[in-house]
Design a protein around this ligand. Structure first.
Ligand SMILES: NC(=O)c1ccc[n+]([C@@H]2O[C@H](COP(=O)([O-])OP(=O)(O)OC[C@H]3O[C@@H](n4cnc5c(N)ncnc54)[C@H](OP(=O)(O)O)[C@@H]3O)[C@@H](O)[C@H]2O)c1
Length: 229
C-alpha cells in the first residue's frame, strides 16, 4: 500500500487555508500551520488525517521548529497572510515590517527549509497571492508590495526548480468571504456582504484543480474573480 501524500497548509486555522485543508483531506494527510492551537485542533478533528503544526510566522525559530523532522512533503500551501488598509502616508515601518515578514519572508524561509522534502517527492508549492499582487489599488500599499514580491518569489522558485520537477502555482483570488475581508470592509467603511465575494471553498477548489493536474501539465497561475452570484 502506498503512503498517503502529505500536505502542509499555513493559515489552516480559518478562512481560505482551512477550506484548502478540507478540500485536500480526502487525498492527503494534513499538517495544519497556524498560531491558534485550539482553532487548529478543531479543524484537525473534523478531518480524517490531520494534525496541528503550530507556528508563528513572525518568529523564525518557531518556523524552523515546525519544519524540522519533515523529510517528505508532497504539497506546501502558503495561505497565511495579513493586510492593513491605510494610505502610504499613514503606513508605519511596523506595518511594512509585519506585512513583509508574514507575507514574504516567512514564505521564503519555510519553503527553503522544506525544499529537500519537496524534492524528495517531486512536490508542489501553492502560493495564495491576491488581485493586489497584479493590479494594486490606493490604500493597499504594504499588502500589494508584499504580494508583488510573493509573485516574483514564485516565478523565481518555479524557474530554479524546473530541473527538480517541483511545480509552483500562484493563485490570485479576488475578495473572499473571510475574517480578513470582514476587516478590510470595516477599514473601507463598507458593509461586509459575504454573497458579494468568493467563498473560501471556491478558492480551495481551484487549488485542488491545480493539485490534480496531470504530471505533464504545470498550472502556473490561477485567477479567480467573484461573480456576486
Ligand atoms: N480574504 C480575501 O478577500 C483575500 C483575497 C485575496 C487573497 N487573500 C489571501 O488569502 C490568504 C488567506 O487569507 P484569509 O482571507 O483566509 O485570511 P484570514 O481569514 O484572516 O486568515 C489568516 C490566516 O493567516 C494566519 N496567520 C496570520 N498571521 C500569522 C502568523 N504571524 N503566524 C502564523 N499564521 C498567521 C492566521 O492564523 P491565526 O488563526 O493564528 O491568526 C489565519 O489562519 C492570505 O494570503 C490573503 O492575503 C485573501
Amino acid at each position: 500500500m502506498t503512503a498517503q501524500p502529505v500536505a502542509l497548509v499555513t493559515g489552516a486555522s480559518r478562512g481560505i487555508g482551512a477550506a484548502i485543508a478540507e478540500a485536500l483531506a480526502p487525498t492527503h494527510r494534513l499538517l495544519l500551520g497556524g498560531r491558534d492551537e485550539q482553532a487548529l485542533a478543531r479543524v484537525a478533528e473534523a478531518l480524517p488525517a490531520a494534525e496541528p503544526l503550530p507556528m508563528d510566522l513572525t518568529d523564525l525559530a518557531s518556523v524552523h521548529a515546525a519544519a524540522s523532522g519533515i523529510d517528505r512533503l508532497d504539497m506546501l500551501v502558503h495561505s497565511a497572510g495579513v493586510t492593513t488598509i491605510a494610505p502610504l502616508s499613514d503606513t508605519s515601518v511596523e506595518v511594512w515590517r509585519r506585512t513583509l515578514d508574514i507575507n514574504v519572508i516567512a514564505v521564503a524561509e519555510l519553503t527553503r527549509l522544506l525544499l529537500p522534502a519537496l524534492r524528495a517527492t517531486t512536490g508542489q508549492v501553492v502560493l495564495i497571492n491576491s488581485g493586489q499582487g497584479v493590479r494594486p489599488s490606493a490604500g493597499w500599499g504594504a499588502y500589494a508590495a508584499s504580494k508583488f514580491a510573493l509573485r516574483a518569489y514564485a516565478d523565481v522558485l518555479r524557474a530554479e526548480e524546473e530541473a527538480t520537477g517541483i511545480r509552483v502555482v500562484s493563485v490570485f483570488p479576488g475578495r473572499t468571504a473571510t475574517d480578513m475581508q470582514r476587516e478590510v470592509r470595516a477599514a473601507e467603511g463598507g458593509e461586509f456582504i459575504p454573497d458579494d465575494y468568493l467563498r473560501p471553498e471556491s478558492v480551495a477548489d481551484a487549488v485542488r484543480f491545480a493539485v490534480e493536474a496531470p504530471s505533464d501539465a504545470h498550472l502556473t497561475e490561477l485567477t479567480l474573480r467573484p461573480t456576486g452570484r
